[in-house]
Design a protein around this ligand. Structure first.
Ligand code: FES
Length: 149
């Protein structure tokens, strides 16, 4: 895949989070290597596609270790898994427990889905300052639900 990498470089902590799951990077782990004349030769497309299922665990690893998923981390994951950064960004922003912006070490996720909204009357517009609105946290029977990370 011909990846278009935007600015942003993963820091050491982000690289460790990714490498702890995927193993250390090798010359071919970026999907390309150089031939004897120094020309870039794409390799490993099929083998890299087999690693695609590791996208969510990799995002979890970075999010758990660093607290959020930066542009640099997305670029590094893109290179390691040969997945377009836009696609990774789409996955990272789909799930409410991931964030692509730096956030405080302690986060309070308040469920604003149906059961909790009915139990508490809390909506995205009435949350206390600093609280993060969350979709269903999976504990509807005990509504209202809050998750502190
Ligand atoms: S609706 Fe709030 S935990 Fe399910």
């Amino acid at each position: 895949m011909d990846l278009k990498i935007a600015s942003g470089t993963a820091n050491t902590e982000e690289r460790h989070a990714v490498d702890s799951l995927l193993g250390p990077p090798s010359e071919t782990s970026h999907g390309a290597k150089r031939d004897e004349m120094g020309m870039r030769v794409s390799t490993g497309g099929e083998s890299l596609r087999k690693l695609r299922h590791l996208l969510l665990p990799t995002l979890h690893s970075v999010n758990d270790r660093v607290g959020y998923i930066s542009r640099g981390a997305i670029n590094y994951i893109s290179q390691r898994l040969d997945i377009a950064p836009a696609e990774i960004y789409g996955v990272a922003t789909f799930y409410a427990l991931f964030d692509t912006n730096e956030r405080p070490a302690r986060q309070v996720h308040v469920c604003v889905d149906l059961a909790c909204r009915a139990a508490s009357g809390c909506t995205e517009n009435t949350l206390p300052e600093g609280a993060i609105p969350s979709p269903c946290l999976g504990t509807c029977e005990r509504a209202p639900s809050v998750l502190v990370n």
